[in-house]
Ligand binder design. Structure first.
Ligand code: TYM
Length: 363
């Protein structure tokens, strides 16, 4: 049986990239799951505080994220949905993993390196170095490994940007098994990322090609700067579409999306990242590959392509937005779902921790 685990940070309402890259896949896996499969989805507050957060906003985001997950179709009867910070097993396991993870490995994580780069830019001083960043940012991926392995998860639906973190989780699982588990048994199975791609539509990743260009993954780019991914942390609000955006906000953001002045529609992520991003979005909404769409719409203008994307995204977010607005005020219901989720999560992870403590000698 599969154990599916994934997490999302409660840092504001999810955007189109979160939805197409990860969340829609959570719902799909849930709806395709067999009776024996376990599905566990966590709102990861401890990860969110690795960057400065305002207490009031974080607290509101925590509940809004739960309402969002229910609004997009996560069913609390079928899946375990809970707040990471309601289950201390995560931090306990993270500490034990911290004690077997070399700092050098963490320094090689691209997310750490980009945080370093960000802080350099913000301070515009070249001599700023890692001594200025907090230790939580460095060990962030260790906590992520603990999230996953606390449930001995086998499948982790995430966007492409999380692949390196999953590699580390597999390393930690293996290292722990080798070091502590009698007979080196596979106590922790290696967790495998489940990336949303157009693969299931019959398009294969060509051998030896580099990500992200040839791989038909659903990595969504910024609408203002298609050289970077759509992200919650970009200061430019026009760069991302939120699940709660009104139809007119969706229209204005997509109308002003950066494209190019080349005639006609082609799928060429290297030379036409803006247009290709629109094709990826439309393809994800319509369950067609971006290159098939490009052929179909070869003679359309960029404005006509944008109009199609606007319709598709408005339709995609229509029901979730309405459902979110209804659920976000149902605090008693949300509290109940969170409490029940935390209890079910603990029942699984406490068993893992008991074993881990005994393997390590902490009992
Ligand atoms: P987070 O909260 O940044 O993002 C949630 C999910 O959205 C995906 N994603 C994207 N996919 C496609 N295009 C984009 N532009 C885009 N932006 C974000 C992310 O890949 C992610 O799947 N470290 C994780 C949270 C986490 C986690 C875990 C995930 C903590 N513990 C355990 C899985 C398992 C993160 O920062 O996600």
């Amino acid at each position: 049986a599969r154990v599916v685990f994934s997490g999302i940070q409660p840092t504001g309402v999810p955007h189109l990239g979160n939805y197409l890259g990860a969340l829609s896949n959570w719902v799909k896996l849930q709806n395709e799951a067999s009776e024996e499969d376990k599905l566990i989805f966590s709102i990861v507050g401890w990860h969110a505080i690795t960057l400065p957060q305002k207490a009031k906003e974080l607290s509101a985001s925590r509940w809004d994220m739960l309402a969002t997950l229910l609004a997009i179709g996560i069913d609390p009867k079928r899946s375990i949905v809970f707040h990471q910070d309601d289950n201390q097993c995560h931090t306990e396991l993270a500490w034990i993993f911290n004690c077997i993870t070399p700092v050098g490995k963490l320094r090689r994580m691209t997310t750490w390196k980009s945080r370093l780069a960000d802080s350099r830019n913000a301070n515009s001083e070249s001599e700023i170095d890692e001594s200025m960043l907090n230790a939580g940012l460095l060990t962030y991926p260790v906590l992520q490994a603990a999230d996953i392995l606390a449930y001995r998860a086998t499948h982790v639906p995430v966007g492409e940007d999380q692949v390196q973190h999953l590699e580390l989780s597999r390393d930690i699982a293996q290292h722990f098994n080798r070091t502590f588990v009698p007979g080196k048994k596979r106590f922790f199975p290696p967790p495998v990322p489940e990336i949303s791609t157009f693969m299931s539509l019959g398009v294969g990743r060509e051998q030896g090609t580099e990500l992200p260009f040839e791989a038909p993954s659903k990595r969504i780019l910024s609408l203002r700067d298609p050289s970077s991914k759509m992200s919650k942390s970009s200061p430019d609000l026009q760069s991302r579409i939120l699940l709660t955006d009104s139809p007119s906000q969706i229209t204005s953001k997509l109308r002003s999306a950066v494209t190019d002045s080349i005639q006609g529609v082609t799928y060429d992520p290297v030379n036409r990242p803006g247009v290709s991003n629109l094709l990826t979005i439309l393809g994800a909404c319509m369950e067609k590959t971006p290159s098939d769409l490009a052929e179909e719409y070869a003679n359309k203008s960029n404005a006509e392509l944008k109009a199609l994307v606007i319709d598709a995204v408005q339709e995609l977010f229509k029901d979730p937005r309405t459902e979110f607005e209804r659920l976000r005020d149902e605090r008693a219901y949300l509290t109940e779902v969170a409490k029940d989720g935390a209890e079910r999560a603990k029942a699984i992870s406490q068993e893992t921790i008991r074993n881990v403590r005994s393997f390590v000698g902490l009992y």
